[in-house]
Design a binder for this molecule. Structure first.
Ligand SMILES: Cc1cc2nc3c(=O)[nH]c(=O)nc-3n(C[C@H](O)[C@H](O)[C@H](O)COP(=O)(O)OP(=O)(O)OC[C@H]3O[C@@H](n4cnc5c(N)ncnc54)[C@H](O)[C@@H]3O)c2cc1C
Length: 472
């Protein structure tokens, strides 16, 4: 019995905790009924799950914190959950973290150690999924892609071996784990990372009128692309349901790693470039990395409260409703006309919950060669995309066609600007050329690593490397 072999917990459909245990971040996947969910607490637990799956022929689904947009961490087989493998310790010049640790827990645990790691802009994403896909956010320009800081990874392979992948040991696997995508080559149980020295940061937030959206979007992209690496910033077009006075609004926010006067000057410059005045401008006090990031990710919520509802007694973190999304990477700021086309695709006349979101990239991330790690997009300046959601549960079960149609129209508007796609922000509709879009010239090497480490496709999901061809 698998249950008897685990130090952690096995939750089966007959157990009262099952409805909660099978949840991902997005409610869309609540209809999927896994064979069981194994909360692993040790490498031996992970090994027991792999052995069990091998012996019984059951499929496996590797799960960190369940934020996969396309539901790749669940299915009808055994969910191997890493969320309890969430330690973070300083070890000389490096930091060792359990692969299931979530951004907010990593920030909090490392705070007293004066060390930090790169996280994205959402509190509960796990490092396992974040790093194996690349790892982008407000630290990208200053410190590079998150996975560029992996020194080594402890990995449970499909054949039941445990290996350490580093520059000297299993170098091909080490290369593939840095941006080749999660759930492909093995189960990472621990990362050794080159940390950042927890600099002081300043958070900021501005709001802009929707009437000037095209000017603001074009100006923001030029400002960010030409700005200092100290700047980490995102832009989102919010629908009327979230805007002041029921009107759509543009939010530009982020963090700055420099002096307060440098940030103030940069924000003045942004105002000048947009040719309009912000509705609101707020700059925080300089603070410790963990504190400023905590406030940006969780607001006034405590660490416990900030977790996803149901995963901790105090947790009140929200889940995401049924969503359709299309995201691409772009390598230059948009022109005014291109910004206008993107905003027309977003469609100001709709009243659905929908977003146009951009994260500024570039900087240190682009000073690494395209083939140095599996993350190939070293010319990307922006991650830009569209998301539309419905909270109508009945409609969601039908898979509303108008949401697909909207995402398709937005995808078509983005296509002329796109230089590739980021595996951690996959489109909900998978294009035929998805592999080259995500990996470009690195795809062939990734397929070779897959054949070497998982020849019979034990680890697979909707967009795993090589698909059926590699596993046949
Ligand atoms: C609201 C939201 C905000 C986001 N913000 C950002 C952001 O700012 N920056 C960014 O870069 N990304 C962001 N993402 C994308 C996120 O990085 C990916 O979805 C990531 O893969 C999620 O990891 P997870 O472990 O939480 O999710 P899961 O669904 O558990 O896992 C995602 C994938 O990784 C695999 N995986 C997970 N853990 C491991 C492991 N230990 N070993 C091997 N494979 C593993 C899974 O099998 C699956 O294929 C965001 C996603 C959401 C939903």
């Amino acid at each position: 019995m698998l249950r008897d072999e685990l130090k952690g917990e096995l939750v089966l459909p007959s157990d009262p905790g099952y409805p909660l245990a099978k949840q991902l971040q997005n409610t869309e996947y609540d209809t999927i009924t896994p064979h069981g969910i194994a909360y692993c607490e040790s490498v031996d637990d992970v090994l027991a799950c792999v052995r069990h799956a091998r012996e019984t022929g059951i499929a496996t689904h590797v799960r960190g914190a369940g934020h996969s947009f396309n539901g790749w961490s669940t299915g009808t087989g055994l969910v191997i959950d890493l969320s309890r493998m969430n330690h973070a310790v300083a070890d000389g010049h490096t930091v060792r973290i359990g692969a299931g640790i979530q951004s907010l827990d990593a920030l909090d645990t490392l705070k007293p150690l004066g060390r930090q790691i790169i996280t994205g802009t959402f509190p509960t994403v796990s490092q396992g999924g974040f790093l194996t896909g690349g790892g982008l956010g407000w630290q990208t320009r200053k410190f590079g892609v998150g996975s560029d800081r992996i020194v080594s990874a402890r990995v449970v392979l499909a054949d039941g071996r445990t290996v350490r992948a580093s520059a000297d040991e299993h170098p091909d696997l080490y290369w593939a784990l840095r941006g080749g995508g999660g759930g492909n080559f093995g189960i990472v149980t621990e990362f050794e990372l080159r940390p950042v020295d927890a600099p002081r940061l300043i958070g900021f937030e501005t709001l802009w009128p929707h009437e000037d959206a095209a000017d603001v979007l074009a100006a923001w992209q030029a400002w960010a692309a030409e700005g200092s690496d100290d700047l980490g910033t995102s832009l989102v077009v919010l629908p009327g349901i979230f805007g002041p006075g029921g009107k759509p609004v543009i939010k530009i926010w982020g963090v700055h790693h420099g002096a307060p006067e440098d940030l103030e000057r940069a924000l003045d410059e942004l105002t000048e470039r947009t040719g309009t005045k912000p509705l609101h401008r707020e700059v925080g006090a300089p603070g410790l990395y963990a504190d400023v990031m905590h406030e940006a990710l969780c607001g006034a919520k405590t660490v416990q409260q900030c977790h996803r509802t149901g995963t901790h007694p105090d947790a009140v973190g929200h889940r995401h409703p049924y969503t359709r999304q299309t995201y691409r990477l772009t390598d230059r700021p948009v022109t005014r006309a291109e910004a206008d086309a993107l905003l027309q695709a977003w469609n100001p006349d709709l009243d659905n919950e929908r977003y146009l979101l951009c994260i500024a990239l570039g900087g240190a991330a682009n000073r690494v060669g395209r083939a140095e790690t599996a993350y190939v997009h070293r010319d990307a300046q922006f991650l830009t995309g569209f998301q539309i959601a419905t909270r109508d549960e009945e409609a969601a079960v039908q898979g509303p066609a108008e949401l697909d149609a909207w995402a398709d129209r937005c995808g078509a508007a983005l296509a002329p600007l796109a230089t590739g796609s980021y595996i951690n922000f996959p489109n909900s509709r998978v294009p035929a050329e998805w592999e080259s879009d995500h990996y470009a010239e690195n795809a062939a090497r990734l397929r070779a690593v897959k054949r070497a480490y998982d020849p019979d496709g034990f680890f697979r999901h909707g967009q795993s490397i090589g698909g059926a061809a590699a596993v046949g």
